[in-house]
Design a binder for this molecule. Structure first.
Ligand SMILES: [Zn+2]
Length: 507
């Protein structure tokens, strides 16, 4: 739509109403929530769905401040990426103000019945009543994370950092909406083992929200930096052996995706700098932006040392605060401020990292002692199906994920039954474990898992879990039949972002 303006026009008023079918909006019935009492609404604007509910210039290179008046049914609470209320005011009318300029993809709204509980002075959690205590426990480290992050890259610029636990149909792990991170309930395990996701969303308060990719082709500037920063926060919080496990999982995911892109003739999609012309920017949401981006930064860090690299990044976030940047401008900045100003010779293969396909030879090594131990356990399992010599009771979720992912591709049904008897994967309460285990189950059409797998696929809307399981199921005729049957029931529970990808896969 074009609105003609003359040189004297200072203000444009647009009267509009959005439709119930706006793709950013997910309207949930009470049954689709945790409490099962009241309906719920949330938005997902990234990458280009903000335009489906607000008429705005929907590009990450454009920022705005805003005020909003939102009316919801009495007794409901509404939150936005803005200064937020902490409890329902009885009238159902809320006023929001966002003074820090944000790009459109960070525009968000959530409405429903939920409570708030503080974690620290600047941090807190919103969740439905049945989830509030669990959430408070799970996210207890949030204030510490915030302090650690500030200690590395400078002052937090958004005043408060709060998080809301959404119903399970939320299609992502988290969404870094400023002042109100949206999070999936699938990271609530009761043992704080999946909170690196919070570190990730918090890290976006610097990389992404403060310094934003100018176009979706520069998406790695958002996500690569954020994965790097996430690992740094987790390293400070839980130690370097923990961070090394995260790196190793990043590397495995990256290698798998690069290989499959190469095999599918999509080599160009393995470049950090993407060319998404004529395509949906969601096509750029792959491990390349996240993990190849991360390893590029890790490579730079290893070349110049942590101290120099940290002060470079700190200065970069300051210089570009509340601005957008593209890859080319970043590389010029990098050359000047990381290398020249420190009297260092630039590393030779920056162009290969950014504009090359596949993975560069200088890909940093990952050495996770804890995963080497798991690799030994895998060998022992292959030999005699026993892990008695390994202290699996001390394993973290990440060790289990590594173990399950790397189990032999040709697991027999007896073997799977034995694994279930010993470790109860099929009935695990941990979504990450189910996410990798059900891929094996789908591959081998492992009957004893069907009920649990069907429930998982029906209740969880997180695309990261859905895609690999449905993909594996759809490889065989019987599996495809099952996939379509489950999808038939589950589809109404999924957000557009997830059902759109699954429609493509299954139809
Ligand atoms: Zn992210």
């Amino acid at each position: 739509m074009e609105i003609p303006v003359s040189i004297n026009d200072e203000k444009i008023i647009i009267k509009y109403s959005t439709s119930t079918g706006a793709e950013a909006l997910q309207w949930l019935s009470p049954e689709q929530t945790a409490d099962k009492q009241e309906p719920f609404l949330f938005t997902q604007s990234q990458a280009i769905l903000a335009r489906s509910w607000i008429p705005l210039q929907d590009s990450p290179g454009i920022r705005f401040t805003y005020t909003a008046e939102v009316t919801v049914p009495k007794g409901y609470l509404a939150l936005m990426s803005a200064e937020n209320p902490q409890k329902s005011n009885g009238t159902g009318v809320y006023h929001f103000k966002m003074d820090q300029p944000i790009p459109s993809y960070l525009m968000s709204l959530v409405a429903g019945k939920f409570d708030f509980t503080p974690i620290g002075n600047r941090t807190g959690v919103y969740a439905e009543s049945s989830m509030i205590e669990k959430s408070k426990y799970e996210f207890q480290e949030m204030e510490d994370m915030l302090e650690i992050a500030e200690g590395i890259y400078g002052k937090y610029q958004w005043d408060r950092y709060d998080l809301i636990v959404l119903p399970p149909s939320f299609p992502f792990g988290g969404m870094e909406n400023p002042r109100i991170t949206f999070a999936t309930p699938t990271i609530i395990t009761g043992d704080r083992s999946l909170t690196s996701l919070v570190a990730h969303e918090l890290a976006h308060s610097w990389s992404g929200n403060l310094v934003t990719n100018a176009t979706w082709n520069d998406f790695w500037l958002n996500e690569g930096f954020t994965v790097y920063f996430e690992h740094r926060i987790m390293e400070a919080l839980k130690g370097s052996d923990y961070a090394e496990m995260l790196s190793s999982l990043s590397l495995q995911g990256l290698q798998e995706e690069v290989e499959s892109f190469m095999n599918e003739g999509k080599a160009d999609d393995t470049k950090l700098k993407l060319n998404l012309e004529g395509r949906n920017p969601d096509d750029g949401v792959t491990t390349i932006a996240y993990d190849k981006g991360y390893f590029f930064l890790k490579y730079l860090e290893q070349n110049v040392g942590k101290e120099i690299f940290d002060s470079f990044l700190k200065e970069y976030f300051k210089e570009y605060a509340f601005k957008s940047n593209n890859t080319e401008a970043f590389l010029i900045y990098l050359d000047e401020h990381l290398f020249k100003n420190n009297g260092l010779k630039p590393v030779g293969d920056i162009n290969e990292w950014v504009y090359g396909t596949g993975l560069p030879k200088s890909l940093p090594q990952v050495n996770s002692a804890r995963f080497i131990n798991v690799d030994n356990a895998l060998n022992s399992w292959r030999e005699d199906e026993s892990l008695d010599a390994f202290h699996t009771e001390l394993w973290s979720t990440h060790e289990w994920i590594h173990f399950i992912k790397n189990l032999p591709q040709d697991l027999s049904e007896e073997s799977m039954i034995r694994l279930d008897e010993l470790y109860g994967f099929t009935n695990s309460g941990n979504a990450e474990i189910l996410g990798v285990w059900f891929v094996h189950c789908a591959r081998h059409l492992y009957q004893p898992s069907f009920r649990a797998m069907t429930n998982f696929l029906t209740e969880t809307g997180r695309r990261k879990f859905l895609m690999p399981i449905y993909t594996e199921l759809s490889k065989s005729e019987e599996g495809k039949f099952l996939a379509l049957k489950i999808y038939g029931h589950a589809r109404p529970n999924y957000h557009f972002v997830a059902s759109n990808s699954l429609d493509e896969l299954l139809f």
